[in-house]
Every structure is written in C-alpha cells, then in structure tokens.
Design a protein around this ligand. Sequence first.
Ligand SMILES: *Cc1c(COP(=O)(O)O)cnc(C)c1O
Length: 465
Amino acid sequence: MTAEKGTSSKEKVAHLKAMDVSAVWHPFTQMQEYALEEPVIISSATGVRLTDIDGNTYLDGYSSMWCNVHGHHVPEIDEAIRSQLGKVAHSTLLGLSNIPAIELAEKLVEISPEGLNRVFYSDTGACAVEIALKMAFQYWQQRTDPRPEKTTFLHLNGSYHGDTLGAISVGGIDLFHRSYHPLLFPTLSAPAPHPYRCSFCAEEAQCNQGCNIAVEEILKRDGHRITACIVEPLVQGAGGMLVHPTGYLERISELCRAHDVLLIVDEIATGFGRTGTMFACDQEDVRPDLMCLGKGLTGGYLPVAATLATDEIHEAFLGEHSETKMFFHGHTFTGNPLGCAAALATISKFEKDATLEALQSKIAHLSRALGKISELDHVGDVRQCGFIAAIELVANKKSKRPFPVEDRIGARVCSQARQRGLLVRPLGDTIVIMPPLVIDLPDLDMLLQIVQEAIQSVTGGSAGG
Ligand SMILES: *Cc1c(COP(=O)(O)O)cnc(C)c1O
C-alpha cells in the first residue's frame, strides 16, 4: 500500500491525527473533548458511504451536514466540474459574467416558485440570508413609495439561519446565540409551532392555531415597522427538526401580504428535494418575496448559495449611478463557475433520474420505520418531514422529561452509531436522520437498524410496545 494510491502509511495517519487535533479548529465542536477522542479523518467517498484514513467505512446518515443529495463521487457532477475546470476555475461576477452562472440562474428561475426572477449568488447559506435581509431592508428605503420606518425583522423562536451576525440576529437558538447578544440588531420574535412541546395546544386534542395567531398579533401591532418575516419553511432544522402543522407556512404568507411585510423563505436545508418536493414552498403553493438557497444546491459538492428575489424588489434598486441605489454587496467568489457547473449537473440529475419520484417510497418506508422506533422506551417523539427525520430521546416518556444535559445522551447515541458504521449528529438529545436522497432501501434499513441499536445501547431501553 502506498501513500500515492490514497491509502496512507501508518506514520502519515498518525501525523494527520496529531495535526488535526493540534492545528484544526473544528466548527460547533468543544475542542477540549474532541482532543480526547480518535479523530475520524475522511479520505474518500462513493455513493452514500464515506471512508476514513484507517479504512473504516461509514454510511452518511446526515448527508455530510444536510447538503449531499445524489451521493458522493457522482460521475455526472464530477464530470461537470472537471469539464469546467478545463475552461476556467474562477472569474469574478463583479461587472463580468460567466457561462455556468448565467445558465444556473436561468434554471433556478425556472424551477423555483413563481415570481422569483432574479438570482444573487454568494458562497454560504449564512451569506444568502445576510443578502436577503439587506435586500429587504434597502427595498423599503428605495421603492417608489418608500417606507423608511420599516427597519426591523420578524423571526421565529428556535430559528436558525446561519452563523454570521445578521443571520444570528434573526436566529432564535439561545444556546448558540446568547453570547453575541450585544452585537446583534434588535428584532421581533414569534413562538414557533412545536407540536410535541407546544405552549399553545400541547394539552389539546387538536391544534388551536395559537402559533399562527401569535404571528398575526405581532404583525397587526408592529407590521408598519417590520421589513420582512423570515422562516424556515415546513420544518425548523437546527432548532430540533420542528415540523410545522400543515397550512402554517401558507398562513404566514397570507399574513405577511396582508400586513405589507416581505416574506423571506430560508430553503437552505429544505431545498432540493429534502421535504419530498423540490422546495418546501411548493407544498403549500407559497410564493415568497425572497428565497435563500445553499447546501443541496451543488449536490453538497461546493460552496455556492443564492438569494432569489422578485422583479419588484429588483426594480427598487434601479436608478442613475448618482442615486446610489445599487445593492452594495458582493463576494470574491460570487457566481463561481466550478460551483455553478456542479449545481447545474445536480439539477439536471433530478430530471434525468426522476429523483423526486423515486424518493416518495423511501419517505413512506422511513415513516413506517419511525413508527416502530417511536415504541422504544426512551423515544419521546419522532418527527418527519419528507426525507428529514428526528428522534427525540427523553428520560421519561410519559412526562416528556428530558435527560439531564450532562448525560450527553444524544452525543453518546451518535458515538455508538459511529462505532457501528453510521455517521449522524444530534441536536441536543434529538437524533437527526437525513441521508442523501439517493440512498436505497437496504441501506436505509441498515441505517435505521444502527440508530435503533445505538439508542438501545445508550438508554438501556427495550423495544417496548
Ligand atoms: C445550514 C443552514 C444555514 C446556514 O448555511 P451555511 O452554509 O452553513 O452558512 C442557514 N439556514 C438554514 C435553515 C440552514 O439549515
């Protein structure tokens, strides 16, 4: 075995592991704990499997952080990047253009909800959100009938829109966001729907629409000063995979229209088939004013994000140079040709492989399996939205009492899963299952089997009934 062939020598492996701990600062990671465990260093991947430098293979149960769509090492996407690499790797979009960026914009306009005719590129989801916030803000200042008093934003509790300061300002996860509080701009927040732990209707047999009514009250009272309402459509991801009741998004959209508030839909996690349709918005026929895309846009290959806007918003930025109405925003790698080529190949693969059609039976299969998992002793709640699933573990099923934080139940379950050959990450004590859309039924069964074993090995619970 030689290093050139991709398998590493013992010394090389040891060196990489030592340097990973001493030189790399990992995101969302307590490095003090990280240093105590053997790092898993990925060296290659194909389909739904990742291989590390020790030769261990893992199922990619979280789509490499929610972004992989068609699997790894996909011939068509690899080829699209290689072919573009033979032409030009990068050239700026500031005052210039490039072929893949144009073709991708055309495609995104075609497949996204009606009315979104303008594509602004960036390189990460958080950026796409910053851009939407700035566009919404500037739109009200500059439109023909300006509304300069519109300076704040409405978001949901438990929301997650990325980690830059603007995105954190409209974020609602206290644990992630509280230490930055003095740096953030003030916003308004509304209670999020959370059927399992709902503050409005958890004790009632039927949803009482309390969460919708709360949004309505805020918009009635403060709509005149709200620029836009930003939501993760159908399911709030990092907040715990909170699945919204049917009709919630549509109602938010109607309320925003009625109160002259723009609707920003953050489809960074939900876009590109994740909820069973191309976009979550499609399920409730919602037409937002601004839409943020990232993650799955390039099939999870390269950092490309996009903010889609309506013509009405775009027009507010038109004028003579001296009017200084342009959108003052750009990034070095905006519209990167390699990334846009990967995105184009990702989207055409949806059509070629009928990915969404094939996905429907997997969603149904996942749903049946979750039904069984929900019977385990310490599974308080299972949630599903399309090909997103979450399993919330609790100390007491009846009272819904959580495990003590210091027990790190979620992290321990994922560590057990890893030992059994599956990569997943928890959100607190909620285990998230989010494999690439391309996974087949036998692999999906293997994944679910490992999750169940990992839960039982940590919580000691039996398969109750
Ligand atoms: C991941 C995510 C983001 C942030 O995207 P990055 O590319 O990590 O900056 C924003 N919104 C939602 C809903 C996400 O899931």
